[in-house]
Write a new protein. Structure first.
Length: 219
């Protein structure tokens, strides 16, 4: 079993170089725990590391895996990432979630930079109603498909998440349109629950170590 990257860690030992070598999932969990334990310095370093991972790859040539920022991940096309999880998307161009034929599991793509820290874990807004025209994507075929998959994930008790990296387009949801999509982390799969909160559906994970795929106790 792979030892925890956070074992015996102390706040002062978390340098930018050390954090930069962690997988994306571990960085997000480290940030969540740093915020919970009132270590803003460590939390800020984690945010910087996540931002660095999501910077444009076309200009820097990072697909070569030649630098420390890319050793923890390999980016592939969204449709290919879903295929690797046994999911054939209904629309390879617009779909951001799908159903695995072998067991009916729900697999969803999550925009990595939009993941939030909350309650000692992480959360991600999967779908929200198009109130006053604020989220037109929710009413598109892909948005309605995501809504149905959220409801199904609640029935199943959990879903799987794939991390998408790219550059956002101001004023648009990345699921609708992005300035650039660089790919999906081929080496990370999140396990999460879906919660319905009013007219919103959220992915939540990391709050209960025994039930989470994320690493706990970083400090």
């Amino acid at each position: 079993m792979k030892p925890s990257a956070f074992k015996h860690g102390r706040a002062e030992t978390w340098t930018p170089e050390r954090i930069g070598q962690l997988p994306v999932r571990d960085i997000m969990q480290l940030r969540a725990n740093a915020e919970r334990l009132n270590e803003p310095g460590v939390a800020a370093l984690c945010s910087d590391a996540l931002a660095a991972r999501a910077r444009p790859r076309a200009r820097t040539g990072l697909l070569s895996n030649s630098g420390p920022r890319t050793r923890a991940r390999k980016l592939i096309a969204r449709a290919k990432a879903f295929e690797a999880r046994g999911v054939l998307l209904q629309d390879a161009r617009t779909s951001w979630s799908g159903v695995r034929k072998s067991d009916g599991a729900i697999v969803m793509a999550l925009w990595a930079e939009a993941i939030e820290s909350a309650d000692g874990g992480c959360r991600y807004l999967l779908w929200a109603a198009n109130a006053a025209g604020t989220r037109p994507w929710s009413d598109t075929p892909a948005g309605r498909e995501r809504l149905e998959h959220c409801k199904r994930a609640i029935e199943l008790g959990r879903a799987e998440g794939l991390l998408v990296y790219g550059d956002r387009l101001e004023g648009r949801l990345p699921e609708d349109r992005a300035s650039a999509i660089h790919g999906v982390d081929a080496e990370t799969v999140l396990l999460f629950e879906v919660e319905e909160r009013g007219a919103e559906f959220w992915a939540v994970w990391g709050r209960k170590p025994a039930e989470s795929s994320a690493v706990q106790s970083p400090l």
